[in-house]
Ligand binder design. Sequence first.
Ligand SMILES: Nc1ncnc2c1ncn2[C@@H]1O[C@H](COP(=O)(O)OP(=O)(O)OP(=O)(O)O)[C@@H](O)[C@H]1O
Ligand SMILES: [Mg+2]
Length: 507
Amino acid sequence: MTNKPAIELKNITKRFGTKVIANKNVCLTANHGEILSILGENGSGKTTLMNMISGIYFPDEGQIFVNGEEVIITSPKDAFFYKIGMIHQHFKLVDVFTAAENIVLGIDDGKYNLKESTKQIKEISEQYGFELDPEKKIYTMSVSEKQTVEIIKVLYRGADILILDEPTAVLTPQETEKLFAILRRMRDAGKCIIIITHKLHEVMSLSDRVSVLRKGEYVGTVETKNTTESELTEMMVGKKISLNIERSDVKDSEDRLVVKDLNCFNREGTQVLHNISFTVKSGEILGIAGIAGSGQRELLESIAGLQHLAGGEILYYNPKTGSVDNLRDKTPVQIRDLGVRLSFVPEDRLGMGLVGNMDIVDNMMLRSYRKGHSMFLKRKGPKDLATRIINDLEVVTPGTNTPVRRLSGGNVQKVLVGREIAASPTVLMVAYPVRGLDINSSYLIYNLLNEQKEKGVAIIFVGEDLDVLIELCDRIMVIGSGRVTGTVDARTVTKDEIGLLMTKTIG
Ligand SMILES: Nc1ncnc2c1ncn2[C@@H]1O[C@H](COP(=O)(O)OP(=O)(O)OP(=O)(O)O)[C@@H](O)[C@H]1O
Ligand SMILES: [Mg+2]
């Protein structure tokens, strides 16, 4: 192992087309035996910069040094030659293959010995503390198991420099702790770990140093032990910002959605919702807390008309007509035709929410086109809306005609949340709306939700950050294994009480 920096970037610039400068003159150093965090607002160029080290993009200007030697990296294969491996946010695994098959895929032109490989995979697992069954098929795995496969795949190829792009965005707090323990062990074994995350407490607890980017430019690097969360925020945003959620009181509220005894089975025939009952009133935010995969998704999808129910009622109290309609087993179109103004920000943004290959305007039209009766789709209204969302939510994009998949992760999310709120809902359901968002944008979203609440919208907020649930919501319903384990007043409850309800078993 050399004493030279594992990675050194000198004056790296990367443009996309003529309008976007994703990275401008960025200099950065990462050492062996350290964990370096990369911090920056959405669209500040973090992923692009790392993609140049891992051979996905090639810089327009600048130099890359590995262990002190200048290198030219034009493909992921080149990156592997220099022992660099990147774990992307969207995994690239073959579902029907086993973990071991995925790990060896693409090496040695297929001339591998699976038995020998499995033995090596077990050795790597033992060395760093992974829990992985090499024989398990990918499609039966949880997100965190799939991530484990991706990491071992990179280690199996001998990576000394590991880059992880927002690895904790999809993990539970417990899974995150396990991952961090592994990363620390790798660091102690001399590896260079570079991690992108938006969560400041993770930066503080995990990394040795932090490098900050702002609008594509390098701001500086600090040692974690000499900095604070508010100093990092200021470096990122360029000014001091307050991180406070202004919760208003619930006023003049009335029942909007009354859910009774919902039961639901998944495709494999396992019961995923058990007798779920609750009420959401106008002008309140009902939080839903629970370990990931406890039925949150199925619950929201049931209300949105996307799940077949085995039992129960979903009653909508229409504020305009005074009528009460049962939404059970209605399609999303039937629900809308009943006059229900329901907005839904699902967990899966590109997929259920937006269409990546379409531009921002077309994605606005996806939601509104059935309203018009004209033979020709009018683009003016949606275009104005797109422009408004870009301004209000500070979406980083060259224009309204940019395909959504070209936007950075956090900016995709802003477009979706903006569109759903613009539809003037009476019921707004949001699942993990700030996942992947930077601090500034997260608070923008919390404030938007509060504004909606004050307008009398009934809001269901599925979240994972207990501090935020407690600060933002009025009541919090906790679910565990598809059952309601308790509903508490957010103004008085403690984190520990919610934690206990999350793991409580009933039934
Ligand atoms: N393939 C591409 N074509 C055009 N523009 C791109 C492309 N990839 C990234 N960009 C643009 O480059 C800029 C930086 O994007 P990047 O994905 O690196 O940001 P990021 O810091 O990773 O943001 P986030 O935290 O939201 O993931 C953004 O303005 C983005 O829209
Ligand atoms: Mg990114």
